[in-house]
Design a protein around this ligand. Sequence first.
Ligand SMILES: C[S@@+](CC[C@H](N)C(=O)[O-])C[C@H]1O[C@@H](n2cnc3c(N)ncnc32)[C@H](O)[C@@H]1O
Length: 336
Amino acid sequence: MMKLTARCKYKSGKKVCKTVLQHFDAQYSKELGEQWHSARDVLLNPHSWQYGVLLNRFSDLTNLKQGLTALGYRSLLPQVYPESQTHTAHFPLQCYIHRDPVHLPKQVHHPGWLKQYFLLNAASVLPVLTLDVKEGENVLDLCAAPGGKSLAILQMTTPGFCHCNEVDKHRYNWLVKTLESYVPATLQHLLSVTHLDGRSIGSERPGAYDKVLVDAPCSNDRSWLYTPDTHRLKERAQLPVLQKELLCSALTAVRPGGVVVYSTCTMSCAENQLVVEAVLASYPGVELLDLTQEFIDLLSDHFCFARLHLPVGQLVIPKKGKTWGPMYVSLLKRLY
Ligand SMILES: C[S@@+](CC[C@H](N)C(=O)[O-])C[C@H]1O[C@@H](n2cnc3c(N)ncnc32)[C@H](O)[C@@H]1O
């Protein structure tokens, strides 16, 4: 058995970019009110950040779960599925979390061996759980690198095929490596990995997919706070244009009756609710679906769901003790 050790991840030294912080203060105190203060406290204290461990069902997990339990990890989700789903090949997502800000070391790729776990912000599983791909369904992950959500999709079921796309060449290579290190050769034929501009996939493959995930490029709040690149703040205003185009492309790529999940890791209303609202207003035959209360209740023990002034989709915001997120998710159905 490999020896499992968990340690505090954050090395001090990263500095908060004051300009970005001022910008966030102005925007988020308006959009989120009091809720911004608790999110802000977490974002400014990386020592408090928690890390999730997504297990790889394709790898040898002998003793790993016991090792995690011994270290104080517990499962984010119940590991039993309702009876109604047991007839399909649907696997409970095995994501382990710890109440303290500890993390496991990253595993190194060895040819011929599959990595046992992928480290992620546990709120990243929310869009994948919402998409809820079933056995045999054809799925597109439009903005896929480095591949965490593609992997999570493959953990839950065996799709008909899974098209993972990434526009950036460097990140595309990273995506290819991720899929190689976690998915067995026997399932690689289900995968197609491309580096296309996601905005063109809808018109190239209209109606080809049952489900599409748009985990959109966004102003990643956690990372931007620690990046001294204020030029990005100017680009921030342009992101909703790209996000709307990607979401429209996804809606064209999905078949009538199919669903699209739009997600980001920012709290910005302009990149979340306003994008979805604008697309709903301009794209005919699309309906916004609510995440069920049962689903939200299931996750509320671990995630803090924000109260949104504009209640379109759901937003997980970091809070002391529940430091996951930010993660915005909304679910759209193409009616015809
Ligand atoms: C939030 S990240 C995706 C993270 C990924 N889903 C995961 O869970 O590992 C957004 C990605 O979209 C890519 N991207 C940006 N513009 C794109 C476009 N026009 N078409 C496809 N991907 C794009 C970015 O390079 C980035 O890798």
